[in-house]
Design a protein around this ligand. Structure first.
Ligand SMILES: [Ca+2]
Ligand SMILES: [Ca+2]
Ligand SMILES: [Ca+2]
Length: 258
């Protein structure tokens, strides 16, 4: 059961028949050989071969955030001239009893941007936290989801570089006094500050149907550079840690890529 609510295909690609045949053979062989999770008592997870790559999901726990009612006459909490990206949320994000508003934005130039969180006051919005993307990246979507199931929503900003080869997901979590980045731990993204996927959007889904959301990115396959391998990161109660427990078919790079 996959909870796909919207789709963005970054670039078209076609798969030569001989590669498709080889790919399917490898998948079938892999299923036969490895067919279960390493704990020995779970059902193998295989994403459908026509899986699409999504940002929003519906399987994460409900959090008490709501659509924004604009305060008259202000800029809906965005920096001057900025354009809203994705959804905008209001709610008590830090559990202090006061309402905040969060939004992703592009700068007035259309390039660059970030996230801004503001207190909601009778007089308008008062910024309390803001994070700008590194140079060369532009936001493409913004979400809030409680990925850790602790009752407080995380800030999720999707961003891409020029050419859209790099598809980043920045995640920030409330840590008592400020928002702190949640970074991938171990695996192919170890040491990176974002959940970076090549060509395809970083995907959020509960791939093992246990009620918690995994983060799936696509990285270059070391043994076959024409293909991309899925890297699955699972919340272990402390961090999003790389896991090899899932069997996901490789994907070909879009035609014309290196
Ligand atoms: Ca609050
Ligand atoms: Ca949380
Ligand atoms: Ca899960």
């Amino acid at each position: 059961m996959y909870h796909i609510t919207s789709v963005k295909r970054v670039a078209g690609f076609k798969v030569p028949f001989r590669w498709l045949f080889l790919c399917l053979s490898v998948i079938i062989a892999g299923l036969l050989l490895t067919g279960c999770k390493s704990d020995g008592n779970a059902t193998p997870t295989l994403l459908p071969t026509d899986v699409t790559f999504v940002s929003p999901v519906t399987s994460v726990p409900t959090i008490h955030i709501s659509p924004v009612t604009p305060v008259s006459g202000d800029k809906r909490g965005l920096p001057e001239g900025a354009q809203q990206v994705g959804s905008q949320y209001s709610g008590d994000f830090d559990g202090d009893g006061q309402q905040e508003l969060a939004a992703g934005y592009k700068n007035s130039s259309g390039a660059g941007g970030g996230i801004i969180v503001s207190d909601i006051l009778e007089t308008g919005y008062s910024p309390v936290w803001q994070e700008e993307l590194p140079p060369g990246l532009t936001p493409s979507d913004f979400l809030m989801r409680d990925l850790e199931s602790d009752g407080l929503p995380e800030l999720l900003l999707f961003a891409e570089n020029d050419g859209a080869v790099e598809q980043h997901l920045f995640i920030y979590t409330w840590t008592g006094s400020t928002y702190t980045p949640l970074k991938p731990a171990a695996g192919p993204l170890d040491g990176q500050s974002t959940f970076l996927s090549l060509y395809w959007l970083t995907m959020l889904d509960d791939v093992d149907s246990n009620g918690t959301t995994e983060i799936i990115t696509f990285v270059e396959n070391k043994t076959n550079p024409e293909t991309l391998s899925a890297a699955v990161y699972e919340w272990n109660g402390n961090e999003f840690h790389y896991t090899e427990l899932y069997i996901i078919p490789p994907r070909f790079k879009p035609t014309g890529s290196n």
